[in-house]
Design a protein around this ligand. Sequence first.
Ligand code: AMP
Ligand code: FE
Ligand code: FE
Ligand code: ZN
Length: 293
Amino acid sequence: MEAFFRAQKPIDLHLHSNVSDGTDTPTQVVRAAYKAGVRTMALTDHDTTAGWAEAAAECARLGMTFIGGMEITARGARGGGVHMLAYLVDPEEEELLAAVNNTLDARIPRLQEMTERLADDYTITWDDVLAESDGKSIGRPHLASAMIRLGHAADTNDFFERIVTKDSKYYVSSPGIDVAEVIRLVRQAGGVPITAHPVGRHSHVMPLEHMVLLKAAGLGGFELGHVENQKNPDGLAALTRYAEEFDLIVTGSSDYHGTRKPNKPGSYQTDPEMLKRIIDEATGYEPIYPSLA
Ligand code: AMP
Ligand code: FE
Ligand code: FE
Ligand code: ZN
C-alpha cells in the first residue's frame, strides 16, 4: 500500500520501443514519456519483454516507476486478432515464454510471405524489410517503413489503409494464441491480462456470452482509454457497461510507437486506483519504484 503511492501520476501503461515496432530505443521511450510528463510507465512490446531491463534502468535514473508489460498477439473468438496486455508477468515463466516465442518465430515467415506478395507489384525484397527490424518482433509496421523508404507508400496510414488492408491480396493473418489460452497463460505467469484497444479495430459489439467466457478465463480488464476505441462508440459503450457489471480493471494508455504512430505518451492515462488493482492482483513481477533518496 505504502509502496503503491510511490507510483506517481500521470500513469501510461502502453508504450512500444524498437524491441518490437516502436522507433525509439527503450531508453528513448522512457525519456519521451518523462518529457511528456508521465511518471509511471509500462513498456509493452509485442510478444517480448526484452526491453524491460533497459527501460527500468532509465526509469530509475529519472525517478519514474516502471511496470513490466508485454502485448501478446492472440486470436479472438471470431478468429480476428486480439492484443492482450500482460502486466507484471514473470518474464521467465516457461509456458508463457514458449508461447510468445512461438508467435515471434511465426512472424518471420508471415512477413516474408507478405513481402513476396508485394514484390509481385512493387520493387521490394526481404532484405529491405529486415533493414527496418532486428528481425525478432517483426510486423507490418516494419514492412510499412520499408515501403515508405522505397517510395511505394506515402506514410504509415497510406500503407495500412490503401495497400496492405486486411482484405487486400497482400495481407496474411497474424499468428496468435487463442485468447482464453493467453489469459490462462498470463495468470499462470502471475500477470494481469487486460485487452488492448478492445473495440478499436472492428465495428463489433461484444455479446454477453463472449464476456462471460472471458471473465471465466480470468480476464482482468479492458483498455477503454485508447484513441482507436473512439472509432466504435457502440462497442465501447457495451464494454463500459461490462466493466461495471463484471468488476473489471479499466486502463487508459497512449500506445506510443515513436514516429510510427501519432500517439503521444500520456495522451490517455490510467487512474491510480486501477494501477493499484493491477499491482494487487499480480504475483509475477514487482513494480520498480524510484528510490526515495
Ligand atoms: P501486425 O501484427 O503485423 O498485423 O501489425 C500490427 C501492428 O500494426 C499494430 O501493433 C500497430 O502497431 C500497427 N497498426 C495496425 N493498424 C495500423 C494503422 N491503421 N495505422 C498504423 N499502425 C497500425
Ligand atoms: Fe504495434
Ligand atoms: Fe495493439
Ligand atoms: Zn500496442
